[in-house]
Design a protein around this ligand. Structure first.
Ligand code: F6R
Length: 606
């Protein structure tokens, strides 16, 4: 899930390549590099770490070519060193690559036997040598690329420039996304339209298996069988503005604080506000006759799906099968044709989610996706798109996208409940009314942010933290643990509160804080029993609830008391304190909150 970009320009392109890479840094930030061709000679500049390091390097040794490619890396094969940074090149060709070449070991052995000298530990370098060998044997660039592509197994997107060719760039995709940008006597390639937005809004998404040959004035696309094809050029909605942090210290803080607003926007899309009724635009599923829903997603988006399972089953009596996409894609789950498969993804590019979507399509499911990036591959491959209106999410840890996903899923569950006769018209108005209250409740929680800062200072000294929840609070406990570990690097686990005594309770001692997510609902007393078990073993409890009186009676716990809402909407509300706890703990520890180590915002490799 690296970011790639290419420009055939009319001025030196290195600066624009770096600007485009800044917009792709969400895809990885282990290293970055650019390569340009100037008077037929390839030049390259690379640096380990964030883009600012590459920028300083380029100031010391500028590249002047008017054609170039750039890359921001999330390391898969080979450590995040400068040597392993892209572009990889010989004097004949320079390549940037996103994805994984699965058969790189056997290709490398064969190429080495034939005399190729490898400089890196990457899988990408085999592409460079395959193309170079074909060029040396006299093939034209396009033929050399085509013959290399035939050898590659795996998912990838690549952009290539050539020594001796100042007006040529070739791109190809299989599995990973790649878009062409049409400029005025300039042409572009990019992992997404966001990268290209400062240069052009005329964008064409390549289809799987496509290979494109670009000059400044021509575009020739061939499909996987080598047949010339036309692909639709569309007007991209991606904004050319680089999103900024406003008055916040981190994107994550800004995005947490945007939640009241973006949830309101999302609700406005799915609710007829004059009647407090759910109306899902362009969605033609008949829930009344639907036998079941299959939900799949990864990470935080999966936890949104897990909350939805509780909602669909309880409020619509609709069975839900749910699994993480990395498992579901290979499980060969039998599916009754005509079912609904629902995918949830902020980026719309997550490789495992996309692969599961394709599996479900083969199984003749109707495909719907809850996505934040409407131009993404998952959105484009869905029969119905259910957009979240969260706006660009830059912080690697998902926050506002999660609560917007919950908002959409809550609306969908209400609609399913109504159509299946389990939610009456009055109940619908009541539940919608409760959803409309959520932005106001979240604003109140955010108003008390200082309380979370204080507790976070204590959490920051922990080695392990447990999160407990029951019912629809269980996925929130899982999400809280994920948020904490990914940005603070403190080990954290979420458990269904009732599972504690089946093993995890052995971990409890006075050094292990236990965060309990427990709204005062019908399961509250059960969770309190589990809290007692923790307290009896000296564990420190941090109780997040909405019942001040009950919390006071539990004197050994530190408490956060949230506004009282309906049990249906509680997951939306309780998501916010666990985000704030993780955020302030990470800030206190001084970690890189927006770009935590080893992670990337968009996971386009499996
Ligand atoms: C965690 C996080 C990830 C993503 C996951 C899926 O904070 O952001 O767990 O939720 O990688 O990504 P999308 O939603 O883009 O499919």
């Amino acid at each position: 899930m690296c970011g790639i970009v290419g420009i055939l320009g009319t001025q030196p392109v290195a600066g624009n390549l770096v600007d485009a890479l800044k917009r792709l840094e969400y895809r990885g930030y282990d290293s970055a590099g650019v390569s340009t061709v100037e008077n037929g000679v390839l030049g390259r500049c690379r640096a380990r770490g964030k883009l600012r390091n590459l920028q300083s390097r380029l100031e010391e040794m500028p590249l002047k070519g008017h054609a170039g490619i750039g890359h921001t890396r999330w390391a898969t094969h080979g450590a995040p060193t400068e040597t392993n940074a892209h572009p990889h090149m010989t004097d004949k060709v320079a390549v940037v690559h996103n994805g994984i070449i699965e058969n790189f070991k056997s290709l490398r052995e064969r190429l080495e036997k034939a005399g190729a000298h490898f400089e890196t530990e990457t899988d990408t370098e085999v592409i460079v040598h395959l193309i170079s060998q074909a060029l040396e044997a006299g093939a034209a660039p396009e033929t050399a690329v085509q013959s290399a592509l035939k050898e590659l197994e795996g998912a990838f997107a690549i952009a290539i420039i050539f020594g001796g060719h100042d007006d040529l760039m070739i791109g190809a995709r299989r599995g990973s996304p790649l878009a062409i940008g049409y400029g005025d006597r300039e042409m572009y390639l990019g992992s997404d339209a966001i990268a290209l937005a400062p240069f052009t809004d005329r964008v064409c998404y390549l289809e799987d298996g496509d290979c494109v040959t670009l000059t400044r004035t021509s575009v020739a696309i061939k499909d996987e069988n080598g047949h010339p094809v036309d692909r639709k050029i569309s007007q991209s909605q991606a904004s050319a503005m680089l999103v900024d942090k406003g008055n916040h210290r981190h994107f994550m803080a800004k995005e947490i604080h945007e939640q009241p607003e973006v949830i309101s926007h999302t609700l406005a899309h799915y609710v007829d506000l004059s009647r407090n009724r759910v109306e899902i635009p362009d969605f033609n599923i008949d829930f009344a006759t639907l036998p079941r829903i299959t939900i799949s997603a990864c990470g935080t988006a999966y936890y949104a799906g897990l909350v939805a399972k509780y909602w669909f089953e309880r409020y619509a009596r609709l069975p839900v099968e749910i699994d993480v996409a990395s498992e579901m894609r290979y499980r060969e789950a039998p599916m009754q044709p005509g079912g609904l498969a629902l995918f949830i993804s902020q980026s719309g590019e997550t490789a495992d989610t996309l692969a599961t979507l394709r599996y479900c399509r083969e199984q003749k499911q109707h495909i719907a996706s809850v996505v934040n990036v409407r131009e993404s591959t998952i959105a484009r491959e869905s029969d119905a798109i259910l957009p979240t209106l969260a706006g660009p999410e830059i912080g690697v840890a998902s926050t506002k996208a999660f609560t917007c996903q919950l908002t959409v899923l809550a609306c969908l569950a209400i609609r399913a409940g109504c159509e299946r006769g389990h939610i009456s018209s009055d109940q619908e108005m009541e539940l919608v009314g409760q959803l409309l209250e959520i932005p106001r409740h979240i604003s109140r929680i955010l108003h008390d942010e200082k309380l979370f800062e204080k507790i976070a200072h204590d959490l920051a000294h922990s080695r392990d933290v447990l999160y407990l929840g029951r019912g629809s609070s269980y996925p929130i406990a899982l999400e809280g643990a994920l948020k904490l570990k990914e940005i603070s690097y403190i080990h954290a686990e979420g458990y269904a509160a009732g599972e504690l005594k089946h093993g995890p309770i052995a971990l409890i001692d006075e050094d292990v804080p236990v965060v309990v997510v427990a709204p005062r609902d019908e399961l509250f007393d059960k969770t309190v029993s589990n809290m007692e078990e923790v307290a009896a073993r000296g564990g420190q409890i941090l109780l997040i609830t909405d019942d001040g009186e009950a919390a006071d009676s539990f004197s050994t716990a530190s408490n956060f008391i949230l506004p009282k809402a309906h049990s249906f909407t509680n997951p939306l509300l309780f998501a916010v304190p666990v985000q704030l706890l993780a955020y302030h703990t990470a800030v206190f520890m001084g970690t890189d909150v927006d770009q935590p180590r080893n992670l990337a915002k968009s996971v386009t490799v499996e």
